[in-house]
Design a binder for this molecule. Sequence first.
Ligand code: M6R
Length: 610
Amino acid sequence: MCGIVGLACLPGRIVNPARAVRKSLEKLEYRGYDSVGIAVIFNGKIIIKKGRGKIHEVHSKFNFDGTPGNTVIGHTRWATHGAPSDANAHPHSDCLGTIAIVHNGIIKNFDELKKALIKKGHVFHSDTDTEVVSHLVEDFIRKGLKPYEAFKEAIKKVKGSYAIALITAYEPDKIFFAKKDSPLIIGLGDGFNFLASDIPAFLEYTRRIIVLRDNEIGYITPTNVVIENIVTEEKVNVQSRVRIVNWTPEMAAKAGYPHFMLKEIHEQPRALNETLLGLGPEINRAAELILKADRVFIAAAGTSYHAGLVFEYYLAKLPGIMSHAFISSEYSKYSKIADSNDLLVAISQSGETIDTLMALRLFKENGAKVISISNVIDSAIPRESDLTVYTRAGPEIGVAATKTFTTQVLVELVLALKIAELEGTLLPSEYNEKLSTLTKIPKVVEEVILKNEALALQLANTLSYKNNIYYLGRGLGVPIAKEGALKLKEIAYIHAEAYPAGESKHGPIALVEKDFPVLFVVLDDENKESIVGNIMEMKARNAYTIGLLTYGNDEIAEKLDFTFTLPRQEYFISPITYTPILQLIAYYTAVKRGYDPDKPRNLAKTVTVE
Ligand code: M6R
């Protein structure tokens, strides 16, 4: 987590480089926002401005924009080692103030390195793991090494995960970088170059990018990029790695919405449409790989795990394939199980979630094939997979996943249908018919949002005073309920629990008393009658019952205290059409309770530490 930025530019090429870096950090604030800072080289000296707080707070205290200089690094922090404080805010320096470093990741052996450096007389100013790197570089420079050589030697000593940008007063036009297990991307300009944790940071300036790979190290200047592999010492052919992204700066802006999350909820029809249009031959290849495998495992975290549960359901119900979805941080359980006839589907919007990456590596080491579903081109998980199917949701800035969930589900649905067709469960004509249903989804989602947004706001007024809520479903309704509960929990800070509706009588119903809210996801599937029974048992305990169901289910609606209705549809598209309503309920409840849904406390968008 944490966001880092570096900008090296020729004088005048970007009018105010410090301001540009501050604006870039604002684009990365979703990665962490407990403290922020910048370091600039000016007249051979390093100026550092940093402090605890959000960017606008620290900026109004120090005026980042008024810092002259053309080589700038910046950082927005999500604390791991050392509490959020002015001293622990990045950048960190060495004893002489000639080095400044920003870092995303964790230096696992920092304690032993720090002790050794203190013994040598180094004086530390923070509790962070990061500061050891600047002192290590200082140490090697004192021994007579040139800055880049000193940086390389320092990086060879550290263990853990890192995306690092470092500047020294000795070579003022260079920003040194190193990457392992944390994302780092170069943005190439004309007379300037950027480094950043994510593409939106520099989209306003360039769409030409290089996604750095693990163990790559090097430096940027305003006009040059040098990359090599620190393990093999091979130089990288920089030109061969350049990619053009099709994201635009507008995609990474709020476009008049009060929050990114609301914008991203509303963007779902477009994101779904583009994802569908963007699918190509990789769907066939993925379907073939799944059919070839003896066993299919699905690994993901958070919202992507819920998409994984949906995929498990689709595989069971459409082609009739047994699979197993698991939370990726639990990957070690499979060390003796995974083998070369298995296939792992790794789902990650960011493509950088460390737990999912570790699960992927475990399966690969055991010889399994890996397919990933991701939203970020060339990110770590796609790069290490045998095949990737990309969603085309565009950048998602809000910490709460919205459009990336529904687009992941869409990809899974197409894939499951394709498998069913290849193995003969679906006739080609049936397959084509189902696909044509999918082309209507963006319109359905648009209508669902239009008809239910005001209702979500109305329900939020009630929910905002509650401390607990159950989200219940059956079958495919369970992952939908889980996703709804996660949204409410993470942004509105209300305890929300989701479980299969049939489980109530086995324990959870003991908590239900008058006005306890219970939300039901009612699908037009084989479970409808049973779920009506579950509504009745909650009503009998005077629960406050809320339901999502399609038009024409008036008898069920009458049993509910609050109803959201959707167009009639094939039940298997419901994770895509029902979930936006749950996203809206969570969004408006968070706002009503006075919280910023884009920046939930203690959370960051991309979890790159175990
Ligand atoms: O980038 P990923 O899909 O791998 O991220 C997984 C989770 O960290 C993510 O879905 C998280 O749960 C979101 N905050 C949920 O809204």
